[in-house]
Ligand binder design. Structure first.
Ligand code: MRU
Length: 346
């Protein structure tokens, strides 16, 4: 199974460096919370659930070499590492959800220092395992929404690389393929960082799942030609009213899907639902460096000195979302009523 990282027995978190895919498969070993924070910030690892799991392990790494048995010192160290890890990327709520979950265990379990360390390690691994199980469940639930073989358009990478393994939106595509229900996956390239072309295409290519790479501006043409049966995407944060923050370009696809009567499915674990954020306008949208837009792999693609905009995510209003597939079931509008029963506290 493709995974974004592995954890060695002596606690080195080895990331597959996603910045270098598909050209080379190189790894980045992280042994401290600082290393993990750097990997998230630089997008060595990316994708909402994957950065949550990595941060949880990073929080454990912050105390793994703590020698004294004083609880106060340990909790203080956790606090500092949590702040650092939380400052890496603002949009995906899974990051904060996972950090809260590890911190809560530290605060509420009355274990002595050395035992607490092992408890936090186990909790981080549990978050990882739960994510993989959730993805498989969502794959099955999502595939169940299709009555006949389908061509599915996906955006960005919501695959194994973006999660603990298997993927959310790409998990549905995997499940469709396994059931003989996938005609074709259409993979939008996802400028500026090309997560679709580089990562989603790589995953599908590795597993022999049929796909075509399309540019980000082809969606309208393809839908107008009847070449798309459904759009299936992941999410970075789902607000209480069902508004969905996901990779920039998702909103445009949702508008096109509505115009052409194509179902628009969002696939995300309940850890992506943020009931404390009432609607999409309250979701912090990450702004990334201009240079990601003005260059492709360090080659400038516009006149020298060109200024660019680079919001990394956009918000799809809930009324354009046909259904939200979670591991606990498929939510349909009205989301402010159907999401709360699915959500789980960290
Ligand atoms: O900037 P990225 O690559 O971290 O953005 C990733 C996405 O937008 C994914 O669609 C989202 O995190 C869901 S991953 C299962």
């Amino acid at each position: 199974m493709i995974t974004p990282f592995t954890l060695t027995e002596n606690d080195i978190l080895i990331f597959l460096d996603q910045r270098r895919l598909p050209w080379e498969e190189v790894t980045f070993p992280a042994s401290t919370a600082q290393d993990v924070a750097w990997a998230i910030r630089e997008m060595v690892v990316r994708g909402a659930p994957a950065i949550g799991i990595a941060a949880a392990i990073g929080l454990y790494l912050s105390i793994k070499d703590y020698q004294k048995d004083d609880r106060e010192g340990l909790l203080y160290t956790i606090q500092g590492a949590k702040e650092l890890l939380a400052s890496t990327r603002p949009t995906a709520v899974n990051l904060f959800w996972a950090l809260d979950r590890i911190e809560n265990v530290a605060l509420t379990s009355h274990l002595p220092g050395q035992k607490l360390k092992m408890r936090l390690r186990a909790e981080a691994i549990r978050i990882w395992e739960e994510d993989v199980n959730a993805n498989k469940r969502m794959g099955a639930l999502g595939a169940g929404l299709f009555a006949s073989p389908a061509t599915v358009l996906t955006h960005c990478n919501a695959g194994a690389l973006a999660t603990g393994g298997y993927g959310t939106a790409l998990g549905v595509i995997r499940a469709l393929y396994d059931r003989g229900m996938l005609k074709m996956a259409l993979v939008s390239e996802t400028r500026p960082l090309l997560q679709g072309a580089r990562l989603t295409a790589w995953e599908l290519w590795k597993e022999g799942i049929p796909y075509r790479l399309v540019t980000d501006n082809m969606g309208g043409y393809l839908m107008a030609k009847g070449m798309v049966d459904a759009v299936v995407v992941g999410a970075d944060r789902i607000a209480a009213n069902g508004d969905v923050a996901n990779k920039i370009g998702t909103y445009a696809l949702s508008v096109l899907a509505e115009r052409h009567g194509v179902p628009f499915y969002v696939v995300a674990p309940t850890s992506t639902i943020d009931l404390s954020t009432p609607s999409g306008e309250h979701i912090p949208i990450e702004e990334r460096p201009e240079q990601e837009v003005t260059t492709i792999r360090d080659t400038r693609i516009c006149p020298r000195g060109t200024k660019a905009l680079n919001p990394a995510f956009d918000v799809t209003p809930s009324e354009l979302v046909t259904a939200i597939v979670t591991e606990k079931g498929v939510a349909r509008p009205i989301y402010s009523e159907t999401l709360p029963p699915l959500w789980e506290e960290p």
